[in-house]
Design a protein around this ligand. Structure first.
Ligand SMILES: NC(=O)c1ccc[n+]([C@@H]2O[C@H](COP(=O)([O-])OP(=O)(O)OC[C@H]3O[C@@H](n4cnc5c(N)ncnc54)[C@H](O)[C@@H]3O)[C@@H](O)[C@H]2O)c1
Length: 324
């Protein structure tokens, strides 16, 4: 089996790569390393260092490929307001370029990384997949457009597409020291980093906003389940099906908490309805949030305190796999 993983040097993509490699799949990573890290690259995977939009640089790899996992993106909400053209180009045009590259290749599955951001502030809680989108920011709009392009072009050109709508993904490597938009990365990655450095945890607003948080190794499993399924042209929520307030999440890490200004354009409450993915892909979350936080803290607590506060060292690959 051979798979291409775009964004395989990033947070979620590197875990997808690890899972595939551990199951004997030959993996080719397409990543321009704009925010991805060499330290996250699986040594058994081949890297084509290229922009997803420059398909000439990597299209030859599609020929004998079974699965295509498309994760490369500019995945931050607040920066998508500041640079909407670049975000649109990578997140939407980049996705279309990937679909064009696999057209006619006979791949068994194209797994698209979508987002729960498309549900906005819906009142349908828990939120099933047929909920109308409520697009509160450019990022949500782009992820939804990418998903719809994948499904529409997939149907027309017989590309077996599955879209996975991730809720808040967390786990090892979620806090990326190279990413200039770290302040907007997953709240759990920020809390973990602040806790490690012994500084106050910055809770936005009053911390009452609630999030369905899903561990990254469960998200990797969902990708593989989607790839191996015979179903296609479907969208699935990937979440735990429960939620925690941001204040509660912070308290799982440390009592050392401070509050900062609320951010506009983000959802108040998210909870996935996970019945469709359970019924159709036989997938459910295996790590709940308290256990996931314990696993994250375990990775750095083993280090002596004098070495814990070194400025944002990359979270290691090998230890991270312990939670697989
Ligand atoms: N992290 C979450 O909570 C979350 C939630 C919902 C959806 N998603 C989606 O999951 C996917 C992965 O997100 P992540 O959190 O791992 O992000 P990430 O920033 O850690 O990884 C993205 C990777 O894509 C690469 N990349 C960016 N632009 C590229 C381009 N033009 N060409 C080639 N490579 C490029 C980066 O170098 C990086 O390695 C994204 O599609 C994102 O929208 C993430």
């Amino acid at each position: 089996m051979k798979a291409i993983v775009t964004g395989g040097a990033g947070f979620i993509g590197s875990h997808v790569v690890d899972l595939l490699v551990s199951d004997g799949v030959d993996v080719v990573i397409v990543d321009n390393l704009s925010t991805g890290q060499e330290a996250y690259l699986n040594p058994k995977a081949k890297l084509v260092r290229a922009d997803i939009r420059q398909t000439d640089a990597w299209k030859h790899e599609v020929k004998d490929c079974d699965y295509f996992f498309h994760l490369a993106a500019l995945p931050r909400i607040q920066p998508s307001f500041d640079e909407p053209v670049e975000h649109e180009d990578v997140n939407v045009i980049g996705t279309i370029r990937c679909l064009e590259a696999v057209k006619g290749s006979g791949i068994k599955k194209f797994v698209y990384s979508s987002s729960s951001a498309i549900y906005g502030n819906t009142e349908r809680i828990p939120t099933p997949e047929d909920t109308p989108p409520q697009l509160l920011n450019p990022y949500a709009l782009e992820k939804y457009a990418g998903e719809q392009y994948a499904l529409i072009l997939g149907e027309r050109f017989a590309i077996p597409v599955i879209a996975l709508r991730y809720f808040n993904v967390y786990g090892p490597r979620s806090f990326n020291p190279k990413n200039p938009f770290n302040a907007y990365s997953s709240v759990i990655g920020i809390f973990n980093d602040q806790c490690r450095r012994g500084v106050p945890l910055t809770v936005t607003g009053d911390g009452s906003q609630r999030r369905d948080c899903i561990h990254v190794t469960d998200v990797a499993r969902a990708n593989y389940a989607a790839a191996r399924s015979t179903l296609a042209l479907r969208s699935y929520n990937v979440g735990c099906g429960n939620n925690y307030s941001v204040q509660e999440v912070a308290e799982l890490f440390s009592p050392n908490i401070t509050h900062i200004a609320e951010r506009k354009g983000e959802a108040r409450v998210t909870v996935a309805d996970v019945s469709r993915i359970a019924d159709e892909l036989n997938w459910k979350a295996s790590i709940d949030l308290p256990e996931g936080v314990r696993l994250m803290k375990q990775l750095w607590q083993a280090a002596p305190p004098s070495r814990r506060d070194t400025a944002a060292a990359p979270e290691p690959r090998s230890e991270a796999n312990a939670s697989l």
